[in-house]
Design a protein around this ligand. Structure first.
Ligand SMILES: O=C(O)C(=O)Cc1ccccc1
Length: 198
């Protein structure tokens, strides 16, 4: 393993298969999508980014095994990342630091927020709910969504009162922030298939 440019832990990102297609968590607006765009800008081909978004990181992993993508990007805050590290068919190809877009608590316009709101979030950033929720509210229930964009979609459909989500996902779902927002400093793991270039 070598440490290369600042912020990078590089095992085979430079010598391994070229970054042709990146799979990660979607739909559009996730932190993972932004991290994949960053990886593409740094290591991808000189073409438009080819990033495929899946409903779960596990589905992105399946796409990697089936050859539909060459690389998968996963947030290290995702608890299920352990199974990617343990899988003998996958190679940890490197990691990079990348701050997520700003996270905040958002509401659909016109929705009247109860004092005890139900809040959608991906499990990884759940601690931010307590940190960012304005003090006039108390959490009634946390509903886990498959991504921060899926959480925004729940608030847009009014399945929940609020969503902890990113700025791009809030915009795409026409939500308004009711809290301050902040990025999350995150380490991102990149996996490829174990192959002849091992
Ligand atoms: O990529 C996302 O938006 C996610 O839902 C997963 C996540 C959550 C918090 C930090 C990084 C990734």
């Amino acid at each position: 393993m070598t440490t290369e440019a600042p912020g990078w832990i590089d095992t085979s990102l430079t010598n391994g298969p070229s970054v042709d297609t990146i799979g990660t968590l979607g739909p559009a607006g996730t932190s993972s999508e932004q991290a994949a765009l960053y990886l593409w800008a740094d290591r991808g081909r000189e073409t438009a980014p080819d990033i495929r978004l899946y409903d779960t990181y596990e589905q992105a992993g399946l796409a990697l095994r089936e050859g539909a993508v060459t690389h998968v990007v996963i947030a290290n805050a995702y608890a299920g990342v352990h199974s990617f590290y343990m899988d003998p068919t996958l190679r940890f190809a490197g990691a990079f630091l990348f701050d997520t877009p700003h996270y905040g608590i958002a509401v659909a316009p016109g929705h009247s927020i109860p004092k005890r709101p139900r809040i959608a979030t991906h499990p990884a950033p759940v601690a931010l709910v307590e940190e960012l929720l304005p003090e006039e509210y108390t959490v009634e229930e946390i509903l886990f969504a498959t991504s921060t964009s899926a959480a925004a979609d729940k608030a847009r459909r009014r399945e929940t009162d609020l969503a902890l989500t990113t700025q791009p996902a809030a915009k795409a779902n026409e939500l308004e922030f009711i809290s301050r927002t902040r990025p999350i400093r995150m380490l991102w793991s990149v996996f490829t298939l174990v192959g002849p270039t091992a």
